[in-house]
Design a protein around this ligand. Structure first.
Ligand code: IVH
Length: 700
C-alpha cells in the first residue's frame, strides 16, 4: 500500500519535472520568436497561460524549478550571435510587469500592497502601449543613448534609430531636470503606418509583420536609420528613474515634469484614489480603446508614491508596486460566405475567406486569410461555418478557429482547386513551401498585373500608377510587357477611371523620373524571381552592367554576397528567355539605367580627406565609397596615420576600431559623416521616398 502510494507520488513528481522542463523550453522558444525574431507563433494570451502554468508548477515543486527559469527573468531581445548593435548596461535593470486578465486579481494585487504598507497611497492608471520597450538616457539635458530592453541588464544600442523619431527631443527644454536620468517608454507603430508598411511588403511579396508590435520592434533593430525614418514610429515615455537627489514625490508628477521638458508623455492616464476607481477607469477603456489609432494591450496600474514603491521593491522580474491588466485579444464571430483563391505576382495561390461583414478593432472586416491549403485542412473550414476572426496582422485578419456548435450538418469539406482560378492552368505544389503555384507566369492576368505593380512600386521605379489603373490597362491590353508603360498615349490614359489631365501629368513626370532610378533598383523592378532590394543593389554594384550580369554563371553568381543558389538559378533563367532580353533592351532604349553610374562630382566637402570605412551602412558599402568620392574624398585601404576618419557602421570591425583608437583617429557614425559631407544641412537619403498619389490600396 505504502509502496503504491509512494509510486504515485514519484510518478506525479516525475511528470511535474517533465512538464516543468518542457514548459521552460517551450516558453524560451516563444520568447525568442517574440523578442528576437519579432514573429510570434502564439498569441500573448496563450503565452501568458503557459507562463502561469509554469509559475504554479514551480511553486508546487520548487526543487524542479530551473535556475534560469523564464518566470524569473524577462524575455531577451538581444541578438545572440554577433549582434550588429553595441550592447550597453542599463543604469538600473529594466524589468517587466506582472500581468493579469481578470479584475479579481487586481483586487488581490491591491490587498497585497495594503498588507505591506500602512500609510495611505494612490494609484496612477495608464494605457499600456503595445510596442517595444526603450530606455533613454539624458545627461545635462542631452539625449546620450537609447537602449532596447535586451535581457533587462543590458540592451542593444539603437540611438541612431531612435533619433529618427521626431517626438524624442535631442535636447530638453525648460529647467529642473535631473543632471542624469533614464526614462523608459515604448516605441510603437500607429495602425496607419503599420498598414502602409505591410501593404508594401505584400506588394513586394515579402512576409508582412504579424502585428504592429513586431513591426515596431523589427524596425528599431534595422541597420539603416534612413529606412527606420520611413517607418512612422512613435514613442511614449512612462517611467523616469533618477538619483536620490530628484525629489518629486509622485510618479504621475514626474511624468508631468517630463512633459514640460519636451518629452512625449501619454495623455491617457488617471490618478485614482483606490482600486475601485482604477477598475472603473479600466472599464471605461474597454470599448474606447478600440478606436485608438495605435495598438494597446491593456492598462498599467502603478502605486503613485515613490516612497511606497521603494518600500514594496521588486522581484527578480517585476516591480511589486505595479501590475498590468491585459485586454483579451479582440475576436469577432462571423459567417464564411465563400472562399476566393488569390494569385500573387509569383503565382502563389492564397485562399481568402469572404465573411459576413463584422466589426473588429475599429474596422469592418469582410475578408480573412486562410494562408494555404494546409491551414485550411487544419481548420477543416466549410462554407457557411461560423468562424472566429482575429487581427493578428491588423490589415490581414486571420481565422483562428471554427465554432463547431454552429456548423450546418450538411456542410461539405472545401476542396483546394487543382486549376488556377484566374487562367485555369493546373496548379503545382512547391515542395519547399505549403503553397500551390500557377506556373503560367506569362499568361495569368493577376501575375502579369502583379509584375506591373511591383515594377511601379515605390522601392522599384516609383511610377504614379495604382492597382485599379494597372488592372484596367492590362484588361484593355494597353500593356502586356513592362516596356509598354513607356509608350502609353494620352487617349489610353484618359480612358482610365478617374484619370484626368493631372493624373496623366503625374504619371508622365514619374516616368521621366524613373529614368534616373539607379541600376540596382531597376534590376529589382524587373521582378526576377527571388531577387530582393538588397540583393539587387549588391548585384548592380558587383556586375556594374546588365550585360555583364546576363553573362554570369550560377557558380559565379553565388559568390556574390546576398545571392543564394535559388536566386542565382533564377537570374540565369531570366536572361535565357528571349522575351526578357527584349524587355531589357526596350527599357534601355527608353533611357532606364542598366549600368552603374560613374561617380559624378557633387561637392568638395571631403577634399583632402582619407576616409576608411568599416561595417554596414544604410546604403551599400559600394554606394558609400561612391558617395565619398563624389564629395571629393578618398577611400582608405587601411587605418593609418593618414586616415582622417574611420567611418564606423554597424558590425564595425573591432581591429579597425582599436587601431583608430590607438592612433587617435576620430571614429564617426554614418549620421556624423553625412553632416561633414553636407555641412549645409541637406540630409542624404539612399532613395526617394515620395508618396505616390495614385496609390489604390484595395487588397483587403
Ligand atoms: S511600466 C518597472 N507603463 O509593458 C516598470 N510599462 O508587459 C515597467 N508598457 O515592459 C514598465 N505601457 O514595455 C509601464 N504605461 C506603461 C506601459 C508599459 C506599455 C510595456 C513595457 C513593459 C511591458 C510589460
Amino acid at each position: 500500500m505504502v509502496k503504491f502510494g509512494l509510486c504515485i507520488f514519484l510518478m506525479e513528481s516525475l511528470e511535474a519535472k517533465n512538464r516543468i522542463d518542457a514548459l521552460t523550453k517551450e516558453i524560451e522558444r516563444h520568447n525568442r520568436s517574440y523578442y528576437v525574431e519579432n514573429s510570434p507563433t502564439i498569441s500573448d494570451y496563450e503565452f501568458d497561460l503557459l507562463l502561469k502554468e509554469l509559475a504554479s508548477l514551480e511553486k508546487l515543486y520548487p526543487q524542479y524549478a530551473l535556475e534560469n527559469s523564464p518566470t524569473k527573468h524577462v524575455g531577451s531581445d538581444l541578438e545572440t550571435d554577433s549582434s550588429p548593435f553595441k550592447q550597453e548596461k542599463h543604469l538600473h535593470p529594466m524589468l517587466s510587469l506582472a500581468n493579469t486578465y481578470n479584475i479579481q486579481e487586481l483586487r488581490e494585487f491591491d490587498a497585497r500592497v495594503k498588507k505591506s504598507v500602512s500609510t495611505a497611497f494612490t494609484y496612477n492608471c495608464e494605457l499600456k502601449f503595445d510596442g517595444s520597450g526603450i530606455n533613454l538616457l539624458y545627461r545635462d539635458g542631452k539625449l546620450v543613448r537609447a537602449l532596447t530592453r535586451g535581457d533587462g541588464e543590458k540592451g542593444d544600442d539603437v540611438t541612431r534609430n531612435i533619433k529618427t523619431i521626431k517626438s524624442i527631443p535631442l535636447s530638453l527644454k525648460g529647467s529642473g531636470y535631473p543632471a542624469e536620468f533614464e526614462i523608459r517608454g515604448e516605441v510603437y507603430m500607429p495602425f496607419e503606418a503599420f498598414d502602409r508598411l505591410n501593404y508594401d511588403k505584400i506588394l513586394n511579396e515579402e512576409q508582412p509583420f504579424a502585428n504592429p508590435r513586431n513591426a515596431a520592434a523589427g524596425s528599431l533593430k534595422m541597420l539603416s536609420s534612413s529606412q527606420v525614418a520611413e517607418r512612422g514610429l512613435q514613442c511614449v515615455l512612462y517611467h523616469l528613474i533618477a538619483s536620490e537627489d530628484y525629489k518629486t514625490p509622485l510618479h504621475s508628477l514626474s511624468l508631468k515634469e517630463a512633459s514640460s521638458w519636451g518629452l512625449p508623455i501619454s495623455e491617457y492616464s488617471k490618478q485614482c484614489n483606490d482600486i475601485e476607481e482604477v477598475i472603473s477607469y479600466i472599464e471605461s477603456w474597454d470599448e474606447r480603446r478600440k478606436s485608438l489609432p495605435f495598438p494597446t494591450d491593456g492598462m498599467v496600474v502603478k502605486v503613485d508614491q515613490y516612497a511606497i514603491q521603494k518600500l514594496l521593491g521588486f522581484t527578480s522580474k517585476t516591480p511589486r508596486w505595479a501590475v498590468a491588466y491585459k485586454f483579451k485579444p479582440e475576436e469577432a464571430l462571423s459567417k464564411v460566405l465563400s472562399i476566393d483563391y488569390q494569385v500573387g505576382r509569383s503565382g502563389a495561390v492564397t485562399p481568402v475567406a469572404n465573411l459576413e461583414p463584422v466589426q473588429l478593432s475599429g474596422t469592418v472586416v469582410k475578408r480573412a486569410t486562410l494562408h494555404n491549403a494546409d491551414q485550411m485542412e487544419i481548420l477543416d473550414i466549410r462554407i457557411g461555418d461560423y468562424v472566429y476572426v482575429e487581427k493578428g496582422g491588423e490589415i490581414i485578419p486571420k481565422i483562428t478557429r471554427v465554432e463547431l456548435s454552429k456548423r450546418e450538418p450538411a456542410s461539405e469539406k472545401v476542396v483546394f482547386p487543382t486549376l488556377c482560378p484566374a487562367c485555369s492552368t493546373p496548379l503545382v505544389r512547391d515542395p519547399q513551401q505549403a503553397k500551390f503555384f500557377c506556373p503560367n507566369s506569362e499568361g495569368c492576368p493577376p501575375q502579369i498585373e502583379g509584375k506591373f505593380l511591383h515594377f511601379a512600386s515605390r522601392k522599384a521605379m516609383n511610377i504614379n500608377v495604382g492597382e485599379v489603373a494597372i488592372h484596367q490597362l492590362c484588361e484593355r491590353e494597353f500593356i502586356k510587357k513592362l516596356e509598354d508603360l513607356y509608350t502609353l498615349n494620352d487617349l489610353q490614359l484618359l480612358s482610365l477611371d478617374k484619370w484626368k489631365g493631372k493624373s496623366v501629368e503625374n504619371f508622365r513626370t514619374s516616368l521621366e523620373e524613373s529614368k534616373k532610378v539607379p541600376f540596382g533598383r531597376v534590376l529589382y523592378a524587373l521582378g526576377i524571381k527571388h531577387i530582393g532590394e538588397v540583393s539587387a543593389k549588391t548585384l548592380a554594384a558587383e556586375y556594374k552592367t546588365v550585360d555583364a550580369l546576363s553573362k554570369a554563371t550560377v557558380e559565379q553568381l553565388i559568390q556574390t554576397q546576398d545571392v543564394g543558389e535559388a536566386l542565382a538559378q533564377s537570374i540565369v533563367e531570366y536572361f535565357k528567355e528571349p522575351a526578357n532580353i527584349k524587355t531589357v533592351e526596350a527599357l534601355r532604349s527608353f533611357g532606364l539605367q542598366f549600368e552603374e553610374k560613374e561617380v559624378e562630382k557633387v561637392s568638395d566637402t571631403l577634399s583632402g580627406m582619407t576616409i576608411m570605412i568599416t561595417g554596414n551602412y544604410s546604403i551599400s558599402r559600394d554606394l558609400m565609397k561612391q558617395y565619398i568620392v563624389s564629395h571629393g574624398g578618398k577611400v582608405g585601404s587601411s587605418v593609418s596615420a593618414n586616415t582622417t576618419y574611420l567611418l564606423a557602421g554597424s558590425k564595425a570591425g573591432a581591429a579597425k576600431l582599436q587601431k583608430a583608437e590607438k592612433l587617435g583617429i576620430p571614429v564617426i557614425s554614418e549620421e556624423e559623416f553625412y553632416r561633414i559631407a553636407n555641412p549645409n544641412g541637406e540630409t542624404f537619403k539612399g532613395e526617394s521616398n515620395d508618396a505616390k498619389e495614385n496609390d489604390e490600396y484595395t487588397l483587403f
